[in-house]
Write a protein that binds this ligand. Structure first.
Ligand code: KIV
Length: 310
């Protein structure tokens, strides 16, 4: 650790496994809930060590990990590979599996099957799906099948085109009323929490105050029960355009490029690897091996019958 830097690792003994009753208690006591996304073993391990409460294997993986330009392009198979890796790195946070576009909208049966698949194959404890409307019915079906559901309202990236692009939602009174109705509907079918994305702070605050369940904001102001950010955005691994709501707590992309640059320089300049990066051999063993190599008969006696590949 550099001088002056503080460790933010939460000792394993102080970490308490997150549960739905504990989450509800945090909302009721006004204890802020910390949520972050993760997509693999290292990011999950970082979230675990930092003591976050909720970890979402988000379909934002499409953009930040898989290089697609839209979240709706990620498949269930890809989400499962990522989710399995996250599971191996998590012990205490509640693990949320994001249902990718196309895995739940068409019918309640499809929604239940997809949610069960995500839970059984990745080990996530709960699932998240986007939007109100028909998603309320899908959430009800999944919850009745025994899997807890988190809702997601406001800017819902899976349907961003229909929403007119990646922009704040709920800015007119009419849109805010629709947002409030969707939130109440998701609560009434049993969702344990709702994400509000890119919603004016005062609208998110007013709706949160009406809800009994926790709300988690991303670009929704400080009055939600908790906050979520995308792992790669908050660490500065993502480059290019950032949404207004992103705060970068580090510039890891720059650090990684600089570190790889130094590595390249040292390999090309011959200063890496140094003696400290290698393994020693006993001098007598080495001498004996050299005597073996020096035998004149070595090549002549070789019965290795080889042919060139081309
Ligand atoms: O996929 C994701 O990362 C999300 C969060 C922004 C909530 O849905």
């Amino acid at each position: 650790m550099s001088s002056g830097a503080r460790s933010h690792t939460v000792p394993a003994a102080d970490r308490v496994a997150m549960s739905l009753p504990r989450l509800q208690e945090m909302k009721e006591k006004g204890e802020p809930i910390v949520m972050v996304t993760a997509y693999d073993f290292p990011s999950a391990s970082v979230a675990e060590a930092a003591g976050v409460d909720l970890v979402l294997v988000g379909d934002s993986a499409a953009n930040v990990v898989l290089g697609y330009d839209r979240t709706d392009l990620v498949s269930m198979e890809e989400m499962i590979v990522l989710g399995k890796a996250v599971r191996r790195g998590l012990k205490t946070p509640l693990m949320i599996g994001d249902m990718p576009m196309g895995s739940y909208e068409a019918s309640n049966e499809l929604a239940i099957q997809s949610a069960q698949r995500l839970v059984k194959e990745t080990g996530c404890q709960v699932v998240k799906l986007e939007a109100g409307g028909v998603s309320v019915e899908r959430a009800r079906a999944i919850i009745r099948a025994g899997i807890p559901v988190m809702g997601h309202l406001g800017l819902t990236p899976q349907t961003a085109v229909a929403l007119g692009g990646y922009k704040a939602q709920g800015k007119s009174a009419k849109a805010a009323i629709k947002l409030c109705e969707d939130a109440l509907a998701l609560q009434s079918v049993g969702c344990f929490a709702i994400v509000f994305e890119a919603v004016p702070a005062e609208i998110a605050a007013a709706i949160s105050a009406r809800l009994e369940i926790p709300t988690i904001g991303i670009g929704a102001g400080p009055a939600t029960s908790g906050q979520v950010l995308v792992f790669h955005d908050l660490l500065g691994i993502t480059t290019g355009h950032m949404a207004k709501f992103v705060k970068r707590y580090a510039e890891i992309h720059e650090e990684m490029v600089a570190a790889l640059g130094r590595y390249g320089e040292e390999v090309r300049g011959g200063s890496f690897p140094g003696p400290e990066h290698g393994y020693a051999v006993d001098s007598e063993e080495l001498a004996e091996f050299r005597r073996y190599l020096d035998q004149e008969s070595l090549v002549a006696n070789s019965d290795w019958d080889w042919e060139p590949l081309v």
